[in-house]
Design a protein around this ligand. Structure first.
Ligand code: B12
Length: 516
């Protein structure tokens, strides 16, 4: 039986009104490419119970605090919820301060990946008997800014937020708890409430097909050292929904918005045992609709095979993306990537054989990283003739094994050191206050990168310089142009007064500004 049956026991919520906020991400080159689907899943769950939900989407709004003030002035809501990743946290905190000032009695809730990950590290600290460790301090800071913190799946737990005596921290990241979605719950929860944001203002295309994103399946069972959520059940355990449910969402996006391009944001599509069935169903849908789709998504290298490649092409994939990360066996081992360099090479060959282009996702700043291991990336990308690539400097956010398993450096205060259990290679990271520093690894590639990590062989600055060198060399040799596509929008103040909800639903009320 699914946990959603508890909805039937809910009191009537039809007179309730909730505001949900997507903070800006000024560190992204273009904030209106992919919408935050997680908070829209929460919105959909609320709407299914007749709650009146408004979404204040501040993505790409440069004067977002002005927009927030107007929203608060007009909104008559029962509580307000903000979503946040770690680099969005400084903006989320600024938003929280304004809300505290202007609406001191409004219940202020924070959810999203940063909360989930912070509390997942706290569980590790507690299990090790660590008192007042860095996760505890980070959690205390969050608890000082927000009334309620929600970790994990939002769809079921969100109804607790209407209760007067709601606990300070709601743990929906516990797979044995009442709020954690099973496959059955995942199937039963409504798709993201995309109608609450101005979806057409998010611009993305796949091979000129107007595109949007969706998630077919949750969770990644692997344990790459740089990746957030390896100790979080909601980010780690696979939750599947039926192919029918995925096809329904795609059909809806096609019929409602006219999208024919779909970016799957599943961590890896091919961990699903029924991936090929999904691909066949996608093909059949296009036959039925007498249209063609273009699709894009991530695959796990060592699981990729001929059957998948063939079915992917047939379903409309022309690109695959894979987090190869490194081109050096020892670094791959230090990442705990599972895939070997041979696996990665095989993926590119297999994809090209099936006319699939490859975007190689690479990263530097791993334990034991050297000048040579970074230059290996350049050589491998050029040798494999990849069609596109991305090379970032890693960030040790809370919830990544590089953060969770690090200990204070014995020589340098303010530095934490992760040591790989087998090779003994080390990664050092500067301690950061994530409420203040938008630690990111994808900024302005033209000199805008900051690294907060270093190894025994390379300083943070050297890692950045080598990354920049790899980027420019590979782009030049493979003739891959860099496309910054920076669009920012300004909240149009005069039109906003009195119509706060509509401001963000209709593109006519935001002024498209500054093509930089
Ligand atoms: C799609 C995606 C993107 C897209 C869209 C971003 C977005 N905001 O959705 C793009 C490409 C833009 C992107 C960029 C980045 N991403 Co990203 N991304 C993802 C990915 C693959 C899926 C996100 C998703 O939709 N998940 C599914 C939904 C259902 O989950 P959810 O968002 O967590 O929401 C649920 C709960 O958190 C909760 N919830 C969320 N908000 C709220 C609010 C309230 C009030 C409540 C009650 C509950 C609640 O309920 C939701 C439904 O269950 C995740 C990995 C993953 N599998 O989740 C990484 C992930 C979120 N990204 C991550 C990172 C690191 C980044 C970047 C920093 C990378 C970069 N190179 O720059 C940037 C930062 C972007 C930003 N704006 O902050 C990390 C975040 C780590 C962290 N510490 O925050 C993740 C977790 C990947 C990882 N495993 O490390 N990303």
């Amino acid at each position: 039986m699914n946990k959603l049956v508890q909805f039937e026991k809910l009191p009537d919520l039809s007179n309730k009104k909730v505001g949900l906020v997507i903070p800006p991400s000024p560190f992204l080159l273009d904030e209106r490419v992919f919408v935050s689907l997680g908070i829209l899943k929460v919105a959909a769950s609320l709407e299914a119970q007749k709650v009146d939900v408004g979404v204040l989407d501040l993505s790409g709004v440069s004067n977002y605090l002005e927009a927030l003030k107007t929203y608060l002035y007009n909104a008559n809501i029962d509580w307000i919820g903000i979503t946040t990743t770690t680099p969005q946290l400084p903006a989320a905190v600024k938003i929280a301060k304004i809300i505290r000032d202007l609406a001191p009695n409004l219940r202020l809730v924070l959810g999203g990946p940063h909360v989930t990950l912070t509390y997942s590290v706290l569980k590790i600290e507690e299990s090790l008997g660590v008192k007042n460790g860095r996760a505890k301090k980070a959690a205390n800071l969050l608890e000082s800014y927000f009334d309620i913190l929600v970790s994990g799946d939002g769809e079921i737990v969100v109804f607790e937020l209407f209760k007067e005596n709601c606990p300070k921290v709601l743990d929906a990241d516990n797979h044995k708890g009442a709020y954690f979605m099973s496959d059955e719950d995942y199937e039963a929860t409504p798709m993201p409430a995309r109608h609450l944001v101005d979806l057409p203002s998010y611009k993305y295309s796949i091979e000129s097909f107007n595109a949007t994103s969706l998630i077919a399946q949750l969770g990644c069972p692997f344990h790459c050292g740089f990746c957030g959520g390896r100790n979080s059940k909601s980010l780690r355990l696979i939750r599947k929904r039926s192919e029918d449910s995925i096809i329904r969402e795609i059909r809806f996006l096609y019929e409602t918005y006219g999208y024919t391009g779909f970016m799957f944001y599943d961590d890896e599509l091919n961990v699903s045992k029924t991936f090929v069935k999904l691909l066949n169903d996608l093909h059949d849908l296009q036959v039925e609709l007498k249209t063609e789709f273009r699709l894009r998504g991530f695959i796990k290298a060592e699981l990729f095979n001929e059957e998948q490649a063939e079915a992917m092409y047939r379903a409309g994939f022309r690109w695959i993306l894979s987090g190869f990360e490194a081109a050096n066996e020892r670094i791959l081992q230090n990442i705990d990537k599972m895939a070997t360099l041979d696996d990665n090479t095989r993926v590119v060959e297999l994809a090209h054989k099936h006319k699939l282009k490859v975007k190689a996702l690479m990263s530097v700043g791993h334990p034991g990283e050297t000048r040579e291991s970074i230059l290996n990336i350049k050589d491998w990308l050029i040798k494999m003739q990849v069609d596109d690539f991305d090379c970032t400097v890693i960030t040790t956010y809370p919830g990544t094994p590089y953060y969770d398993l690090a200990v204070p450096n014995e020589h340098e205060s303010g530095v934490w050191t992760y040591t790989h259990k087998k090779t003994g290679d080390r990664l050092h990271a500067y301690e950061l206050d994530h409420t203040e520093t938008a630690d990111y690894y994808k900024g302005d590639p033209d000199g805008g990168y900051t690294a907060y990590v270093f190894t025994d062989h390379l300083t943070a600055k050297e890692i950045v310089a080598l990354r920049n060198f790899v980027e420019s060399e590979v782009r030049e040799k493979l003739n891959i142009p860099f496309n910054p596509g920076n669009v920012s929008i300004r909240y149009e103040h005069s039109m906003g007064q009195g119509l706060p909800d509509l401001i963000y639903r209709e593109s006519c009320s935001v002024e498209s500004n500054a093509q930089i």
